[in-house]
Design a protein around this ligand. Structure first.
Ligand code: FES
Length: 158
């Protein structure tokens, strides 16, 4: 994840949401890959970051992703019972409410963050989810964090 991706999106005319998807390596990333190889159409608003397991996700990473300018964050992992690390997705599910509360506490609509289970064979589900989430975020409008000028980061700390 680099700032260049976010800067590129900000420069565009009109609002096209930027959604960052953290997909677990073993199921959801393969599902996203299948969506591509099956040529399912879905909006180009999504940027996929492969993680080993949704158990790795926490509130700090979600907040940092939003701070850097994402309008939405999708966390996608194996279906319950299918996690390759056995309990990673259960741990993520337990954290999900806390993550949404943390997002809300900084003035961001919690609906901008979603947790979904997508298997390696669910390319169609992945494509449909991206379409649905893109429309949902368009209705919400740009993230309030988009207005923050990150180029002044660190100013006043000298
Ligand atoms: Fe997919 Fe844990 S490996 S959620």
């Amino acid at each position: 994840m680099t700032k260049d991706v976010f800067e590129e999106e900000k420069a565009e005319e009109g609002f096209e949401p930027l959604i960052v998807a953290y997909c677990c390596n073993w199921c959801s990333y393969a599902g996203a890959d299948l969506a591509g190889t099956s040529r399912f159409e879905y909006p180009t608003n999504i940027r996929i970051i492969r993680i080993m397991c949704t158990g790795r996700m926490d509130a700090a990473l979600v907040l940092e992703t939003l701070r850097m300018g994402a309008d939405g964050v999708l966390i996608a992992g194996c279906h319950p019972g299918d996690c390759h690390y056995q309990k990673g997705n259960f741990m993520m599910e337990k954290r999900y409410d806390y993550i949404k509360k943390a997002v809300e506490s900084v003035g961001i609509e919690p609906e901008r963050v979603r947790l979904e289970w997508i298997s390696a064979s669910e390319g169609g589900k992945f494509a449909a989810l991206v379409r649905e989430m893109t429309e949902q975020i368009k209705e919400l409008g740009p993230s309030p964090f988009r207005a923050v000028d990150n180029s002044k980061e660190g100013a006043g700390n000298e």
